[in-house]
Design a protein around this ligand. Structure first.
Ligand code: SAM
Length: 264
């Protein structure tokens, strides 16, 4: 997978490519992150990439010409690939959008700054506008980093342990065999615990120490449904739940309505 990142702050990415998953994926040749300084595509000696907005208003806007020139340069070898403009006005990024991008061999990412980017870039250059959430950042670099990290996790072989991305929140397991204990698709992950079995007086749920795989599977499924119902109930509308899941969910809802025992 090649990521071509167009930015006025290429140095911003030195930290994220020097650590963890992206560092490993780059070293293994699974991912290549090419950084392109937008100012190299300006046409004046001040390397200007922005200008005042037509119609007035505060701040500056990225001019279209340097961005069109930058993407034309990337396409010089005839290559065709999605061009993604990071923008709070884009369609919302999600695990399923990450899966869609992970199928591509190459992606170009355009990072805006200031008041944003001349609209002709969204209309005539970008093939997609992506937002990482309903809030406004100062630049597209953080958003590009989020997108690259989430997509790279899904590239076969990029994670040391394949099963761990199949089991993540929002995962759609490729098969039902992912270690035997996958979270149901499109739901939140179950809670994880590690040693010590007791810390600060808080004990790890006993079932996890029991060695009984069927009971552990049932407990995890229940916690997946319970956490999703409490934190992200809208996910339950579209998740493909089986009759056992539905029965469990009804039980969870009933239990939540029951009055708790009075404090002693
Ligand atoms: N005036 C713009 C608006 O309200 O839509 C916001 C511009 S923002 C300050 C500057 C740049 O940060 C944007 O061009 C975009 O590249 C990036 N950005 C900000 N928030 C983002 C988000 N939620 N998702 C993706 N990119 C974002």
């Amino acid at each position: 997978m090649i990521f071509d990142v167009v930015t006025i702050f290429p140095d911003f990415f030195s930290g994220i490519v020097a650590h963890g998953l992206l560092k490993r994926a780059c070293a293994a040749g699974q991912v290549e992150i090419r950084l392109h300084d937008l100012r190299d595509y300006a046409d004046d000696r001040h390397r200007t990439v922005d200008d005042r907005p037509f119609g007035g208003g505060p701040g500056m806007v990225f001019k279209p010409e340097p961005l069109f020139r930058a993407v034309e340069a990337l396409r010089r070898d005839g290559a065709s690939f999605p061009v993604i403009l990071l923008s709070p006005q884009g369609r919302l990024f999600s695990q399923s959008v990450a899966r869609e991008f992970a199928r591509q061999p190459r992606l170009a990412l355009i990072c805006g700054r200031y008041e944003g980017v001349d609209e002709r870039v969204a209309e005539h250059l970008a093939t997609d506008e992506i937002s990482i959430g309903d809030y406004v950042l100062s630049g597209g670099e953080l958003a590009a980093a989020v997108l690259m990290e989430a997509v790279t996790r899904l590239i076969p072989g990029a994670l040391g342990n394949e099963a761990s991305s199949e089991q993540d929140s929002f995962a759609v397991p490729e098969s039902s065999e992912g270690g035997g204990l996958p979270a149901p698709p499109e739901l939140l992950d179950f809670p994880q615990y590690t040693r010590p079995a007791e810390f600060g007086g808080w004990k790890v749920p006993e079932v996890l120490l029991s060695g009984n795989h069927e009971e552990i599977r049932q407990w995890r499924r229940r916690r997946v449904l319970e956490k999703t119902w409490r934190q992200r109930p809208e996910l339950l509308q579209t998740a493909p739940l089986g009759p056992q899941d539905r029965a469990m969910l009804e039980e969870i809802k009933r239990a939540a309505l029951e009055p708790t025992a009075p404090m002693k």
